[in-house]
Design a protein around this ligand. Sequence first.
Ligand SMILES: Nc1ncnc2c1ncn2[C@@H]1O[C@H](COP(=O)(O)OP(=O)(O)OP(=O)(O)O)[C@@H](O)[C@H]1O
Length: 459
Amino acid sequence: MSSLWAQSLKHLENDLNDQQFHTWIRPLQAIEEDSVIRLLAPSTFILDWVNKKLMDNIRQAVATASPVNPPEVKLEIGDYTVESANETERTVPQPLQSKNKSETPTTSKTSDKTSGKSAIKHNLNTSFTFETFVEGKANQLAAAAARQVAENPGGSYNPFFIYGGVGLGKTHLMHAIGNQLMKDKPGARVVYLHSERFVADMVNALRHNKIDDFKRFYRSLDALLIDDIQFFANKEQSQEEFFHTFNTLLEGNKQVILTSDRFPKEVDGLEDRLKSRFGWGLTIAVEPPEFEMRVAILLKKASEYGVVLPDEVAFFIAKRLRGNVRDLEGALKRVGAYAQFTQQTLTVDLVKEALKDLLALQQKMVTLENIQKTVADYYKIRVADILSKRRSRNVARPRQMAMAIAKELTNHSLPEIGDAFGGRDHTTVLHAVRKVKELRETDHHLDEDFNSLIRIITN
Ligand SMILES: Nc1ncnc2c1ncn2[C@@H]1O[C@H](COP(=O)(O)OP(=O)(O)OP(=O)(O)O)[C@@H](O)[C@H]1O
């Protein structure tokens, strides 16, 4: 990456919010020439969006990084990795003509008269729909984009790539799109599979001399949904086959939806051409749910499971359990079952009893000492600095963060927190809490630090 662009990226990262930065700026590749910086966008969709909404920010960032004679910024469609690796690889293979109505492992005998292809039984989880998906700040953009994909499959968001940590709803969203496609067009050939299944199917097909059927089958789909593509890592032959399947589907305007636990370019052991091609459509992150969303998820799931969950109980669980959605679901099921077995109504006390081990585990981690130590490690200072009277910014800010986190994660009072932080007054703690809250709204780096620290301390 050109150094000027690397500098500009830093400015852009500060200037834009995370979603904007990761969705629109990060996929761009820069080529620095004499007095021009060429930015290559992986798809026309990204190109148009950046052109319309972000060019001023980009020019500004480049000018800040190179104030004397800033280069001209040109935005074009292209892919440097692929161009430089092998020009011919840009040629997307033509869709295969189905010579016969192949029987493959997942086809059923029913025939779809309109397409002339054998119909398939879809394997979607029908409870993963948009209606059952709770939206919040952490997944709003992903959900909105997913709805667009469902409305306009094979359109600009192709492939649609969702990434993020475990249990955050990637699979759910992917199925929601599939379910919507099936609803809108009942005979649609939609297949969901885990990437390991794709690999296993391919190995089987090779072993039984059925690789042509295998290819024909996957390349005949209207939509292919592949979960957790990080498992393709280091499986060269599967990547090769997937690459061609993927190109065929894209070329035929068939929708491809992929998920992974990290940004495509960061998946180790994946060929560069695949990584870069994954960025041709739209890549979007899902983040861990914030407090309000955790409450909303608990209330929605409770009504789905038929559990009567009073608001204050939902607040209590959401405040104490900050993990992913899958963990929240697990806790709720446990609490519901406990209430049913003991024939009691759900109260905070009952939750404390039912989730005793989980809460104790968390409580054990979340001591004031642990918070101080984690924050000190994170900012590479000493706990003694946090407790000291020093007021220099590199110590004062981490100290304020630690106090705000202590207020957020523990039940200690302000005076108790003040005491534990080198005998400070409770008003100092209050000021820290307010200051951090205010900064989190304006400084997204600080907000990210805060969220990361909470995650480290509570996981
Ligand atoms: N926003 C949400 N609203 C409702 N349910 C959700 C939401 N996010 C996740 N879930 C539920 O949480 C559980 C885990 O979600 P899912 O399997 O989609 O996670 P994932 O991100 O694919 O995780 P993994 O990487 O482990 O496969 C599912 O039961 C799903 O329905």
